[in-house]
Write a protein that binds this ligand. Structure first.
Ligand SMILES: [Mg+2]
Length: 269
């Protein structure tokens, strides 16, 4: 993961690090630390945050006890993970939070633009070409799914969204889509397996562009990519702009490959 880290040995150092660096995107906070623990440090950080800024805090705890999660959330933390940490799930959690941060920044920028132009809704992302299409999107993180759907619908795409891979696959077997977006890490049927089933089904979506949303496009992914029929990767953390860019690139390519659609696009434009 391409990140810069600030480290702290206790709550006091965590607060000092937070105050020294205005561009922290995410805080990983151990609950049990000497001098000042994570709960107190989180409360203190929330008190010191300027208006409009809220850095996500993920609690790390060694002893999962009843009520721990609620105590963490009441202290101003946003998420919770218990040691020993499962690396894949933890990585997914961090990437999801970082993606949410990027979407929130885009939203804030849109709200600022809107406040500068009276009575005009400001789009989340800049207006682009005229490519349209029906998209199937599967993402198990509720907030990210809602953010992605909002951005895609604002760009005038029709979106069917699902919180798990099995539901997405059922939809893909029933309806034709212009593009499929699949989160790589979902409970039950993950993105690779859904993509493979869509391809093997030889049904309505056998040739649809499939984009896997992943934490990496490294060699281990590349080796499975052709077997699963993945066309491209959208790497977390991604911004609304990066989401639209990759969707439009593949829809443009799909339309260019389909003569009658390409003809239609020439006629309407
Ligand atoms: Mg996921």
């Amino acid at each position: 993961m391409d990140c810069l880290f600030l480290t702290a040995r206790d709550g006091y150092e965590a607060i000092a690090a937070f105050e020294s660096e205005p561009k922290i995107d995410l805080i990983l906070m151990d609950c049990q630390m000497p001098r000042m623990g994570g709960l107190e440090a989180s409360r203190e950080i929330r008190r010191r945050e300027p208006p409009g800024r809220r850095v996500p805090i993920i609690a790390l705890t060694a002893h999962a006890m009843r009520g721990d999660r609620d105590r963490c959330l009441r202290s101003g933390m946003d998420d919770y993970v218990t040691k020993p940490i499962d690396p894949d799930s933890f990585r997914e959690m961090v990437l999801n939070w970082l993606t949410q941060v990027r979407f929130s920044e885009t939203r804030k920028a849109a709200a600022k633009r809107q406040s500068q132009v009276d009575n005009q809704a400001s789009p989340l992302v800049a207006a682009r070409g005229k490519v349209r299409g029906r998209i199937l999107a599967a993402e198990d993180n509720d907030v990210l799914r809602e953010f992605a759907v909002e951005v895609l619908e604002e760009a005038a795409f029709d979106v069917d969204s699902f919180e798990d891979g099995a539901m997405a696959l059922t939809a893909a077997q029933k309806n034709p889509y212009d593009l499929v977006l699949l989160d790589g890490h979902m409970p039950g049927k993950a993105g690779f397996a859904v993509a493979q089933s869509i391809r093997e089904g030889n049904g309505k979506n056998a040739d649809v562009p499939v984009i896997l949303i992943s934490g990496s496009s490294g060699p281990h992914c590349e080796s499975d990519r052709s077997a699963a029929g993945i066309d491209d990767f959208l790497i977390k953390p991604y911004s609304p702009d990066q989401l639209l860019t990759i969707v439009e690139r593949w829809l443009n390519r799909k339309h260019a490959d389909t003569p009658e659609i390409a003809e239609n696009r020439v006629r309407v434009s």
